[in-house]
Design a binder for this molecule. Structure first.
Ligand code: FAD
Length: 468
């Protein structure tokens, strides 16, 4: 492999071919530190042309390529396996904002741009780039596109796929496809763009993208609502859709134990209610008239919900600071649960009409098989997406409880399947959920996926072992 690495150095410069163990380590280790693989080298090109040159070499030498953006993915997709045969191809030096067309409401960015930088560039042009995730200070647009990331504004603006108009891609032959169109209508044959989005680097490497921008709302109003059950939350979702229309931009379900854990591990974040309730919804409205209008509308809708007995209490943020504190409660749930110990995670989606029934029947099954286990459920209920995580019963060691991981996954995913849901709503498949995906997808779906993979990547060099 000396010759291969030598030629890589000639393409991008020796300092951008990392082979020392200490340099490779952060690129080989996944975000949650559950897994570390091993690569031949980390390659850090600075341009699409350099990257294409590297892919040509990988194809020639039959070296697997693991594309990597911010490495915040949660399904062990952005790190290599333990063979030491593949390279990690880091996109982080491709980080330019190439153009902003405020009139066309589009921004053209390189794949390694950090998500928060794209948001800031939009803001500086009085526009909104609505994709928002807790990892936005580290994750990249290329990673967002490749995992078709969701986040907190999907309800109004859609997943990353819906925010993308055009792509530039380097395919497995090392050819550059310039598909950087900024059109909202283009029905000219198969949609290649949509093939690469959500492909987790298994079909080619996204090097740049044209993304949609939106007018900036005049006001954002946040409220935390207490309610008795998931069924009340579903009724509130429908009422909110009817009354707020497209102004409804966030609808996050939070179960009581989530706030208890956040309060235990982050006592500085204020708890807004003095009573405790079974469920909460964090609601966000983006208003295009005024702050006054947003507040009035929110008060009217929540006032009506309170009168009808749909909700038990509500707090409408009256300052940015209070709104931020309400969001902190939501954003720190995962970290608080991790501080409590290991847990078994599921990122599932269901038709929202099925959520109350799914939650009642699945909780019952879990209790009957794994008595005392703590269900920490929260998520983007407006999109039917729940993070359905299970912590050990109090007093039971992590090690003893994690022994049940496979059985718990089976129980939860069988339930999801029975309700015609998905075992991966927004995090993707990577290597973590590959076997689960194969288990639940139809044979004909897998067959078509394999046909696409072998047509575009016949030597299986693009993120080998991920998805399929
Ligand atoms: P990486 O982790 O580097 O890569 C992800 C996948 O894409 C890998 O398979 C990789 O090989 C591939 N890839 C990366 N760049 C490219 C490229 N340019 N071309 C081709 N393939 C590529 N996800 C959500 O959907 N919603 C959330 O709300 C959310 N919240 C999160 C909160 C936290 C605290 C953390 C740590 C993660 C969260 N995630 C969430 C998961 C993660 O942040 C997203 O999946 C994100 O889109 C990954 O971007 P990245 O740049 O880190 O990609």
């Amino acid at each position: 492999m000396g010759d291969f690495l030598q030629q890589c150095r000639a393409v991008i410069g020796s300092q951008y071919v990392l082979i020392d163990e200490a340099d490779r380590k952060p690129y080989e280790t996944e975000w949650r530190q559950r897994y570390r693989g091993q690569c031949l080298a980390v390659l850090r090109p600075a341009s699409t042309t350099e990257l294409a040159g590297l892919v040509k070499l990988c194809r020639q030498f039959k070296v697997g390529i693991v594309p990597q953006g911010g490495n915040t993915g949660l399904v062990i997709g952005s790190v290599p396996d333990s063979s030491g045969n593949a390279v990690v191809l880091s996109l982080r030096r491709l980080n330019k904002i190439r153009a902003i067309d405020a009139t066309n409401n589009t921004i053209t960015v390189e794949a390694g741009c950090i998500l928060s930088h794209v948001q800031e560039a939009a803001e500086a042009n009085l526009r909104l780039f609505p994709l928002s995730l807790a990892s936005e200070g580290t994750c990249t647009i290329g990673g967002n596109l490749s995992s078709n990331a969701g986040g907190t504004a999907v309800l109004r603006y859609g997943n990353t796929r819906e925010l993308c108009l055009g792509l530039e891609v380097v395919n497995a032959d090392g050819e550059i496809w310039d598909g950087l169109k900024s059109l909202r209508k283009d029905n000219t044959g198969y949609d290649l763009r949509d093939l690469f989005i959500g492909a987790e680097g298994s079909l080619g490497i996204i090097t740049a993208a044209v993304m949609k921008l939106y007018p900036k709302p005049k006001a954002i109003q946040t409220a935390l609502v207490a309610l008795p059950s998931p069924s009340a939350a579903l009724d509130l979702l429908n009422l909110s859709r009817e009354k707020f229309g497209s102004a409804l931009t966030g609808f996050e379900l939070i179960s009581a134990i989530c706030l208890e854990l956040v309060h235990k591990h982050f006592p500085d974040i204020p708890l807004p209610f003095s009573n405790s309730y079974s469920y909460y919804v964090l609601l966000e409205i983006s208003d295009h008239e005024s702050e006054e209008h947003a507040k009035q509308l929110t008060e009217n809708v929540l006032g009506q919900a309170l009168e009808n007995g749909l909700i038990s209490d509500a707090i409408i943020a009256d300052s940015m600071n209070q709104a931020n504190n309400l969001w902190k409660l939501r954003e720190n749930i995962s970290t608080a649960q991790a501080a409590e110990g290991k847990n078994i995670k599921h990122d599932i989606s269901l038709p929202s009409s099925c959520i109350p029934d799914f939650m009642a029947t699945t909780a019952q099954l879990l209790e009957s098989h794994f008595s005392g286990c703590r269900l920490v459920c929260f998520g983007h209920m407006g999109d039917g997406n729940l993070h359905y995580n299970i912590s050990p019963p109090v007093g039971i060691s992590d090690q003893k409880f994690m022994f049940n991981q496979e059985a718990i996954n089976r129980l939860v995913h069988d339930q999801v399947h029975a309700y015609q849901g998905s075992i991966s709503a927004e995090h993707g498949i990577g290597s973590l959920k590959r076997e689960e995906m194969l288990r639940y997808k139809l044979a004909v779906e897998i067959q078509m996926m394999r046909a696409i993979k072998s047509a575009l990547d016949p030597d299986n060099i693009m993120n080998p072992g991920k998805i399929l």
